[in-house]
Design a protein around this ligand. Structure first.
Ligand SMILES: C[S@@+](CC[C@H](N)C(=O)[O-])C[C@H]1O[C@@H](n2cnc3c(N)ncnc32)[C@H](O)[C@@H]1O
Length: 284
């Protein structure tokens, strides 16, 4: 899917030179020559081509059946703000807006931005589906509660630190491409009858940051974190136990230490939670 940058730069340069020569070759304005303004020729409507070059990745649309499933797995509600990074013809943003969800697309190609606005109008969500022309690497998407992507693995990896700095609980769905070592929390596939290619997506929930040493009533909790997976120890007096099953789902932290299961919510530098005794039953 990668666009050849040198090729597209050369093409733009040729187009620019051609446009400039054309302008210079034109006679003085028709209005001054004939004394009456001439009607402007209608501009042909832009028609996108699958595979057309984009700044960092070409345009290939996500099949509509997968767009639907991506928004389903993110469980979007009217409380959400969805942002599609590299929004193409606007289909994900428009689909979210049709569900009553505030949504915005960021797209580098201005023709695609205009096309998205026309598509949103046609879909009856021209007022709620927003589109901005811009580079995803220079756009602040930190206010989104749901991020959708269909880019490339190396672009996902470049975005990963920014995404991991978003509010815990932010949901992220990427068509086809993963996030490297950040394992997906879930994957989904579009129904095969309605999808021929690029039919699978990965889903993540941004985990809270818990790595460090915490004081709890039982003693000292030392946590290490790899994305949503948590390991560490609980030290009570002279007794240290390893924690197991440590897992983050957004701001929800759960783990087992000793014979207790801890269920908690992380809010910045505070963890509030409950413990429940574990038990094992053996059959008579
Ligand atoms: C594979 S398409 C996906 C389009 C849409 N998200 C979808 O799923 O149907 C990727 C889009 O990203 C746009 N794009 C590429 N690099 C970009 C950048 N740096 N900033 C913003 N948009 C970019 C391309 O023009 C293209 O429309």
């Amino acid at each position: 899917m990668k666009a050849s940058l040198s090729q597209s730069a050369a093409a733009s340069f040729v187009a620019l030179v051609a446009a400039a020569s054309f302008a210079l070759a034109q006679p003085a304005s028709e209005a001054t020559k004939e004394g009456a303004p001439k009607a402007e020729a209608a501009k042909p409507e832009f028609v996108p081509q699958v595979g057309q070059s984009g700044k960092d990745v070409v345009w290939v649309p996500t099949p509509q059946s997968l767009v639907d499933r991506m928004l389903d797995i993110a469980k979007v509600t009217t409380m959400d703000f969805v942002m599609d990074l590299g929004s193409g013809d606007g289909r994900t943003v428009i689909t979210a807006a049709k569900r009553g969800v505030r949504a915005m697309g960021v797209e580098y190609n201005p023709n695609m931005v205009e096309l998205s606005k026309r598509n949103a109008e046609k879909a009856g969500v021209g007022d709620t589906a927003q589109f901005v022309q811009g580079d995803i690497f220079k756009t602040d998407f930190s206010k989104a509660s749901v991020i959708t992507l269909f880019l490339l693995p190396d672009l996902n990896r470049r975005l990963r630190p920014l995404i991991l700095d978003m509010k815990p609980g932010t949901r992220v769905v990427s068509n086809t491409f993963d996030m490297g070592e950040w394992q997906a929390d879930d994957t989904i596939s579009a129904d095969s009858a309605n999808c021929q290619s690029y039919c699978r997506a990965y889903f993540w929930i941004v985990p809270a940051k818990v790595e460090g040493t915490w004081t709890i009533p039982q003693g000292t909790l030392t946590l290490e974190q790899k994305f949503q997976f948590v390991t560490g120890t609980l030290t009570s007096g002279k007794n240290t136990v390893k924690i197991s099953d440590g897992r983050l789902r957004g701001d929800q932290l759960t783990f087992v230490a000793g014979n207790q299961r801890y269920t908690s919510t992380v809010t910045g530098n505070t963890i509030d939670g409950t413990m429940s005794p574990m038990f094992r039953a053996t059959k008579k």
